[in-house]
Design a protein around this ligand. Structure first.
Ligand code: ADP
Ligand code: MG
Length: 345
């Protein structure tokens, strides 16, 4: 099922949690909504679900305006971070719940519900646990039951709000890969909310970066990481280093020193240079490059991180250099980013 969000605005007591958000989700796609806490991810997910309604704009499921339809009419499945399973119900009954509460006529027989629930438990690799109660399961197992329950209704769209947020890092990583696998097998249109960039980049077909109630950028993980379209996205995704520069005749300067870097179409004036600390090459100090003095040098497992004073000691910038580089305190290093972005301002 294709989902279209069209110019949606959502206010809470005049506070705009979403400001003119538009997004097209393709059928069968796995989309990650990524952004810091408070950026509007959950609000957008709830509007897609039909748990809440926009003040302005519309939500389409396929060609149909679903804006005024209820959760049940939209037939969406959810998993939330703290979506408690029903504590007094066995795992099997939790999974079958969505089918059991269907209207007569739509409702499968008791035996059929049990058969489907068993099938789903097998699918999420929890066979044998059907008679347990939720408090007899680990956190990861509970979230897998929650996913089986969401899948039981054969949802048109699957919505997941930080489903692994409460689990420890190792389990999270495993479940993330497992979820991708489940998605590829079922082919459901899936929207996954996370504030963890690594999770979003690893899991999603496309990542939607949100900030302060707006969508900053939509793209594949490679596009988001390699060509962020704003300072906000560049700083939010991955490690980043930043320097104020000036642009003259399409070339970058730091404190009047040419850096040998192209401004990539950004007009002459003030600008900000962004690059990844690991994405630099060290050059001879005589060359056109960013030249700095080492103030901090840290050895990590695979690399050496150094902090340099540059631009007449006005700025500090971090880069990563090979471990065998003889960087000592106060030594001079010249480098050029291999990939970089420039933003005006
Ligand atoms: P995220 O999921 O990205 O952390 P939310 O969508 O939950 O962000 O919230 C976005 C903004 O809207 C926040 O500032 C939050 O405080 C506000 N907000 C969300 N839900 C409500 C609500 N029911 N009433 C008032 N403010 C809300
Ligand atoms: Mg949230």
């Amino acid at each position: 099922m294709e989902v279209k969000v069209k110019n949606v605005r959502k206010e809470f007591d005049k506070f705009p949690a979403l400001k003119d958000v538009s997004l097209n989700i393709k059928s069968g796609e796995l989309i990650a909504l990524l952004g810091p806490s408070g950026s509007g991810k959950t609000t957008l997910l709830r509007l897609i679900a039909g748990l809440d309604f926009p003040n302005v704009g519309a939500i389409y499921f396929g060609d149909q305006d679903a804006s005024q339809k209820s959760v049940r009419e939209r037939n969406v499945g959810f998993v939330f971070q703290h979506y408690a399973l029903f504590r007094h119900m066995r795992v099997l009954d939790n999974v079958g719940f969505g089918l059991k509460v269907r209207k007569k006529g739509d409702r499968p027989s008791k035996a059929e519900i049990e058969r489907r629930a068993m099938e789903l438990l097998d699918f999420v690799q929890l066979k044998g646990l059907e008679k347990r109660y939720p408090n007899q399961l680990s956190g990861g197992q509970r979230q897998r039951v929650a996913l089986a329950r969401a899948l039981a209704i054969e949802p048109k769209v699957l919505l997941l709000d930080e489903p692994f947020g409460a689990l420890d890092a190792q389990v999270r990583k495993e479940l993330r890969r497992w979820l991708r696998d489940i998605h590829d097998k079922t082919g459901h249109t899936t929207v996954f909310v996370t504030h963890d960039q690594e999770e979003a980049l690893e899991l999603a077909d496309r990542v939607v970066v949100m900030s302060q109630g707006r969508i900053e950028q939509v793209g594949t993980p490679d596009e988001i990481y390699d060509t962020p379209n704003s300072p906000a996205v560049f700083s939010f995704i991955g490690e980043s280093s930043k320097l104020p520069v000036s642009i003259e005749n399409g070339q970058l300067y730091l404190a009047d020193r040419p850096l040998g870097l192209d401004a990539k179409g950004v007009p002459d004036g003030e600008g900000q240079l962004f690059f990844r600390p690991h994405d630099v090459e060290v050059v001879e100090t005589g060359e056109t490059a960013i030249v700095g003095t080492v103030v901090v040098s840290r050895r990590t497992a695979g690399t050496r991180q150094v902090e340099l004073e540059v631009g007449g000691a006005k700025e500090r910038v971090e880069i990563e250099i090979p471990v065998d580089h003889p960087a000592t305190s106060r030594s001079r290093i010249a480098f050029r980013p291999k990939k970089w972005s420039v933003f005006a301002g």
